[in-house]
Ligand binder design. Structure first.
Ligand SMILES: [Zn+2]
Length: 243
């Protein structure tokens, strides 16, 4: 008898799930704050059942099974009562990110604040999950299915569609305020910037830039030049607002 048949023949079990705090964002409105009964057959981990209810595992922190500490890989037993808490705010690893294909603006904002962000608009889901795993990056996405992939250890599901609100969410979730180093990273290619002498880039500057600015930075990877122009002031204002 193969495993599928065994599972089909095993008796139906039921467990009660209660999702707390921000995890309720993933539930339909009428299930928020409520205990949800889940029917299942065979050996099912808490991770599997929680995800079947729409809650991606990287969002999950502490798990309690009948009042005792459990883990996501704990096998659910018939009659279990499972309390699922969100991951507390903070950053368990170096705050380096990989962003899914729809998050170009968010990646530019995060780079502007100095954060290392891997972003390409043509990455496949598998490549994103792999980059998160191999490079120990935090995966940012609005796609719950992507965040549910096994390879993803650290991730966050963005709630907002607005890129500035997303930026605030990420800063809050990973407690990044004290780690912000603005204007140290290339917005185009993610490489750290280096100071460059004005004379060295003079032939590439517009007449007014030449006239009004003396300090420049360059991206050694793509050659983009940065200076503290009107763009800089706008960004600084934005950062102050966010912080
Ligand atoms: Zn660059």
């Amino acid at each position: 008898m193969d495993d599928q048949c065994k599972e089909y023949n095993s008796p139906m079990s039921t467990a009660q799930f209660l999702f707390l705090g921000k995890l309720q964002d993933f539930l339909p409105k009428d299930q928020r704050g409520q205990t949800i009964g889940v029917e299942f057959r065979g050996r099912q981990s808490i991770k599997h059942l929680a995800e079947s209810l729409g809650v991606p595992h990287p969002e999950i922190g502490q798990v309690q099974v009948n009042g005792q500490e459990g883990t996501l890989s704990t096998i659910t037993q018939d009659g279990d009562r499972i309390d699922v808490h969100p991951v507390p705010n903070g950053c368990p690893i170096e705050p380096r990110f990989v962003l899914d294909n729809h998050l170009g603006r968010l990646s530019a904002y995060l780079r502007m604040l100095g954060f290392d962000c891997l972003y390409h608009n043509d990455y496949q889901d598998e490549e994103l999950a792999e980059a998160a795993q191999q490079e120990e990056r935090i995966l940012l996405s609005r796609d719950r299915r992507l965040l549910m992939r096994k390879a993803v250890m650290h991730g966050y599901c963005l709630r907002s569609l607005d890129s500035l609100e997303q930026l605030s969410e990420v800063i809050r979730r990973f407690d990044l305020t004290s780690r912000i180093t603005p204007f140290h990273r290339c917005l185009r290619c993610n490489h750290p910037l280096e100071p460059v002498a004005k004379e060295a880039v003079l032939d590439r500057l517009e007449p007014l830039t030449k006239l009004y600015f003396d300090e420049f930075q360059i991206c050694p990877a793509c050659g983009q030049i940065y200076w503290k122009g009107s763009h800089y002031e706008k960004m600084r204002h934005l950062i102050e607002e966010i912080i």
